[in-house]
Design a protein around this ligand. Sequence first.
Ligand SMILES: [Zn+2]
Ligand SMILES: [Zn+2]
Length: 184
Amino acid sequence: MVSMRLDLRDVRGPAHRVDRAFPASAFGSEEAFAVASPVELRLNVRKDGDKYSLLGRLVTRVRHDCCRCLEPFDLATELDIDVRYLPQQVNTGEGEHEISDDDLSIAFYRDDEIDLGGLVREQLHLAAPMKPLCDDACRGLCPACGANRNRETCGCDTAWHDPRFAVLRSLARTSAGPGPQRKG
Ligand SMILES: [Zn+2]
Ligand SMILES: [Zn+2]
């Protein structure tokens, strides 16, 4: 098991460089996506009293399911990291509510350790596209037969017909027998 902990006791001086790589297997499959290649994390850790700021870059590939054709695809992902870590108050103390919960660039550490795995997961979640697309030109699935239209042409007539007109059309068909209004 790869340790994804950053021991803050190793951080000495105002700036400390951290270069870590974690195998994709260190991350479980998330609900909406899975880490598909090793995660490279390059950080500058700056210590300011008991606060630490982590600035740097995260590089990996993330597997998503395309929202149109439902096929999995890997998305090259490069994210800027800019997170401040504050010590977590073990007991509910004053100061704990000074930071609003919706400040996404604030995180907490405890026991002199930062959980870099948690940082990676959090950042990937924040960056995950709401509607992942394998390609902007993805043609999606045929609504009639379910064929992947990027790969095959199924020939279904999928022009959208208003169901109300379908009723009228079928009425028109029944009344349009061989009658006087038909030519030829
Ligand atoms: Zn697609
Ligand atoms: Zn079809």
